[in-house]
Design a protein around this ligand. Structure first.
Ligand code: GAL
Length: 437
């Protein structure tokens, strides 16, 4: 191997590329739509085809929302008794899954399916534990491009990272053995710390119990206050709680393997406009898969506005950058907190994000000493061209300049449950000054 190759290998290794699951997928977080958050078990061929058509007619596919994923409850009552192969519900899917996936492919989209690494799925349908090979083979024959793989009824095969790893690795191997590139989306709700063992077997891994379409309500069914030592992932995890969960594990995400904060609830009605903006912004900068979970055949302008913010999507899809880091979190005395997040993008660009989970409007000074803590003094002291990515410029493009700023963004008025997402690019004058040093 030449020096150049060695060097590039070291570079790739530093980016985490070499150690990631090597099916070549999810180079940036996957984007698409999934049936579950809006339709639950009430799905059919029509639900899925209508959504696929709506993704196209609303130009969402052009923005990257390409995977159409059929979640739980597509199954027939039992597997094929002769071969053991999975079978779809003949009433909901009268033309079968292969026909459905062909139609999705004909529209230029990709098709995803769901199963569980357990005896049954969470909806009580047949699971894939012990059937990994025949299931993966059948999915490949059906033209499946994506598998969401759940954790219900796992027969007690969890409790240590090794046990969980081995159970989920069986499906990873089976998928790879088909020779068809199938994005592997692990959904074990953060049990046994998948961020430590999933990167080499999967393209993404859920970090928590199921999302609740609510800003921050504490629900005993999602009992953990952090996920590192969580013993019961549960469900009904409010959105802002998942942001808290994600804060320490950002360091484990990399190209090809992402922390999955769960599917989006934008448009499902449980949060205000500002809350959904926060939801979409943070899922983007935390590099979560962006999987829509609303009824895309029936969306308000507000919902469309949020999910089509190309500047925010661009942060999620930026090549070569990892998730944002939380630089500080300050408790507010009326409840909730203020949070400062920072993210490095490619080409020496940066994101500064501020979140107010408190019940009132707050006034905040964002100090560049904090936002650029990781980059050191030069970056903390130089001037930046700053734009607000939730405002449009005069030509109607997302990202409105708020000026050239040095030292910090002072006196920011931030409403309850709102977030501010700024793009910061070193100002030309500071580049000159830096070069002159
Ligand atoms: C849960 C999973 C949800 C959904 C559901 C289906 O375990 O986290 O996203 O897939 O099962 O029953």
């Amino acid at each position: 191997m030449t020096m150049f190759n060695l060097k590039s290998l070291a570079y790739l290794a530093a980016l985490g590329v070499v150690a990631a699951h090597d099916n070549g997928l999810a180079i940036t977080p996957q984007m698409g739509w999934n049936t579950w958050n809006h339709f639950g078990c009430d799905i059919s061929e029509d639900t899925i085809l209508s959504a696929a058509k709506a993704l196209i007619s609303n130009n969402l596919t052009a923005l990257g929302y390409n995977y159409v994923v059929m979640d739980d409850c597509w199954h027939a009552a039992a597997r094929d008794s002769a071969t053991g192969a999975p079978v779809a519900d003949p009433e909901k899917f009268p033309n079968g899954v292969k026909d459905l996936s062909d139609k999705i492919h004909d529209m230029g989209l990709k098709f995803g399916i769901y199963s569980s690494a357990g005896k049954y799925t969470c909806g009580g349908r047949f699971g894939s534990l012990g059937f990994e090979e025949i299931d993966a083979k059948t999915y490949a024959e059906w033209g499946v491009d994506y598998l969401k793989y759940d954790n219900c009824f796992n027969e007690g095969l969890s409790g240590t990272p090794q046990i969980s790893h081995d159970r989920f690795a069986n499906m990873s191997r089976a998928l790879n053995a088909t020779g068809r590139p199938i994005l592997y989306s692990m959904c074990n709700w953060g049990e046994d710390g998948p961020w430590n063992f999933a990167p080499t077997i999967a393209n993404s891994w859920r970090i928590s119990g199921d999302i609740l379409d609510n800003f921050d309500r504490f629900d005993e069914r999602c009992p953990c206050t952090d996920i590192i030592d969580c013993k019961l992932a549960g469900f009904h995890c409010a959105m802002a709680r998942i942001i808290d969960f994600a804060a320490p594990v950002g360091q484990k995400a990399r190209s090809g393997g992402w922390n999955d904060l769960d599917m989006l609830e934008v448009g499902n009605g449980g949060m205000t406009f500002d809350e959904y903006v926060t939801h979409f912004s943070f899922w983007s900068i935390l590099k979560s898969p962006l999987i829509l979970g609303n009824d895309v055949t029936n969306m308000s302008n507000e919902t469309l506005e949020i999910i089509t913010n190309t500047a925010i999507i661009g942060l999620n899809q930026d090549l070569g950058s990892g998730p944002a880091n939380r630089m500080w979190k300050r408790t507010v005395k009326e409840g909730g907190d203020l949070q400062l997040w920072a993210m490095s993008l490619s080409n020496n660009r940066f994101v500064i994000a501020l979140l107010n989970t408190s019940p009132n409007q707050q006034t905040v000074d964002v100090d560049f000493a904090d936002a650029f803590f990781d980059q050191g003094k030069t970056y903390q002291q130089q001037a930046y061209q700053v734009s607000d990515l939730w405002q449009k410029d005069d030509s109607g493009n997302w990202g409105k300049s708020v000026g050239t700023i040095q030292g910090g963004i002072k006196n920011v008025q931030i409403a309850t449950h709102q977030s501010k997402i700024w793009l910061a690019i070193p100002a030309p004058s500071s580049k000159r000054a830096y070069a002159e040093l």
